[in-house]
Design a protein around this ligand. Structure first.
Ligand code: NAI
Ligand code: MG
Length: 511
């Protein structure tokens, strides 16, 4: 397997060596083992791969490539650790999770360097991700001892109440755009609810998750409660998501992989929480503050080089202000300085060679589909997976670049005449993660917010969701909600307990 320019090294004696395979040192150190049951362990089959810095295309670490056998071990460890963790006093669970938050905050700089090197994002964005990660642990820690059930008034003959119980082993499969931050987004609520975790980070960006697993242990998380198996989607990811002994799955990534996971989960009737990206519209009305809108949209499409599920991929702008808004956006796009993440530039490289190729192909497609390329559109002549901030105008709503998630610094602009038309364009895609409306008219803001088919609507801003607000998709953008108290629903199931108080044996089902 060769993804992200990563070279797989099979160190088994009988391992066939392909032309692009090269031997690397496979001695197990903290960075290249799997984290299972509180220990760094080598993969059963001894296979490793290299993760690269996308700014240099050079390997920066060697990481274990887990197989189904390793996933079995991790799931077994999580299963064994479950009962004791579930039964740990909630106050103590909260204290431990809060301590993880403190450690992440203390080590924010170091974690940000790891993230920026592995993923490519500017250092200040990586720091912000890690502060957000700390905040997830702090936020959910406070919920650990407040996961209350209800008492149901069913009459004098019976006492009835609900308890909220953890599912058991939570499988978490994370992507490469916000690896450390998404580790925290899933692991924190899973832990406070009393679940144990096996997490598989994306093969392009495994390093921050390994470090975070270590910090969990340092904070007092018992052995086996948090396990990390690094490796590829196949076999590691699919071995985890199809494992018979996991109880719930949290996945963030592409629609096709989400669909595969959902189909596999059907075999064991395992619940899934899916966050599958978007093709998010920013709808700009003529009465909007255009400079403010340009500022928000610029940040919304070019942060993390556009590799954000909630990026503003599309601008749907009233024809009367189209040119003025586009001029402002072009001026901003052209001012970007690209560079390695560690130099904290305005924009880093794309996270992998695969993503670089995908973005390049979409830009060629946009030209063929008849959109007008008004700025960017190329890769600068330098090493690394860099791509220029790119804007297309005249993007017809029925073209592929208007519908498909590009996941790069590519903005598609379409104009409209009426509010009705704006809504049709905005809602005319299969995705429905986030959307935005820019207007000075409060009535219109409310009206349009109601009509937009998306889990999150931002008014005169972007990235308006926080750790405290529910976040997730309508339509094919997903199932369930991350963030906020609602995320706990993915990690808790309700048990209703009915206790008889009289001698009447008269209850019938369905009564
Ligand atoms: P992907 O969805 O295949 O990868 C995400 C995670 O799933 C990784 O950890 C991967 O190893 C794992 N995975 C892959 N195949 C699996 C399988 N069969 N069973 C279990 N786990 C599996 O996404 P990919 O290929 O890295 O990126 C493709 C596109 O997906 C991007 O260009 C972007 O459009 C979208 N994407 C959306 C994200 C979001 O935030 N919603 C994040 C990353 C990618
Ligand atoms: Mg990498």
């Amino acid at each position: 397997m060769d993804e992200d320019g990563a070279q797989t090294t099979d160190t088994q004696t009988d391992g066939a060596q392909t032309a692009d395979t090269r031997i690397v040192d496979t001695e197990i150190a903290d960075t290249n083992g799997l984290y299972i049951d509180g220990e760094w362990v080598p993969p059963v089959k001894g296979s490793h791969f290299e993760t690269v810095d996308p700014a240099t295309e050079e390997p920066i670490a060697e990481v274990a490539a887990a197989t189904a056998e390793d996933v079995d071990r991790a799931v077994a460890a999580a299963r064994d650790a479950f009962e004791a963790w579930r039964d740990t006093d909630p106050e103590e669970r909260g204290r431990i999770v809060n301590r993880i938050g403190e450690l992440v905050r203390d080590q924010c700089e170091e974690l940000a360097v790891v993230e920026s090197s592995d993923q490519g994002k500017p250092l200040s964005q990586a720091k912000s991700d890690m502060q957000g990660a700390a905040r997830y642990f702090e936020y959910y820690a406070g919920a650990a001892d407040k996961l209350e059930g209800t008492s149901v008034p069913v009459g004098a003959g019976q006492v009835d109440f609900t308890v909220r119980e953890p599912y058991g082993v939570s499988a978490q499969i994370t992507p490469w755009n916000f690896p450390g931050n998404l580790f925290a987004r899933g692991v924190a609520p899973a832990l406070v609810a009393g679940n144990t975790v096996v997490l598989k980070p994306a093969e392009q960006t495994p390093l921050s998750s390994l470090r975070l697993a270590e910090l969990c242990a340092e904070a007092g998380v018992p052995d086996g409660v948090v396990n990390v198996v690094t490796g590829f989607g196949d076999p590691a990811g699919s071995a985890l998501s199809s494992h018979a002994d996991i109880d719930t799955i949290t996945f963030t990534g592409s629609v096709p992989t989400g669909q595969t996971i959902m189909k596999q989960a059907a075999d064991t009737v395992t619940p899934v929480t899916l966050e599958l990206g978007g093709k998010n519209p920013a709808v700009v009305f003529p009465d909007a503050d255009l400079e403010a809108a340009a500022q928000w949209i610029d940040r919304a499409i070019f942060t993390n080089a556009g590799q954000v599920c909630s990026a503003a991929d599309r601008v749907v702008v009233h024809e009367s202000v189209h040119d003025e808004l586009v001029d402002r956006l072009i001026a901003r796009a052209d001012a970007y300085e690209l560079g390695p993440g560690l130099d904290d530039p305005d924009m880093g490289p794309l996270a992998s060679r695969d993503q670089f190729e995908k973005v390049s192909q979409y830009v060629e497609l946009g030209k063929r589909e008849g959109a007008t390329l008004v700025t960017g559109g190329s890769a600068p002549d330098r090493q690394g997976y860099f791509f220029e901030p790119t804007i297309f105008t005249d993007v017809a709503p029925d073209t592929r670049i208007a519908h498909e998630e590009i996941f790069g610094p590519v903005l598609a602009v379409t104009s409209f005449e009426t509010e009705q038309e704006a809504l049709e364009i905005a809602n005319g895609v299969e995705y429905g993660l986030v959307s935005g409306v820019f207007t000075a008219d409060v009535t219109r803001a409310h009206r349009v917010a109601r009509e937009l088919e998306a889990g999150n609507v931002y008014v005169n801003m972007w990235f308006g969701d926080t750790n405290q607000t529910p976040f997730g998709g309508y339509k094919q953008s997903g199932i369930g909600r991350e963030k906020g108290m609602e995320a706990l629903d993915s990690y808790l199931q309700t048990k209703n307990i009915a206790i008889n108080l009289d001698d009447d044996a008269g209850s019938l089902p369905g009564a």
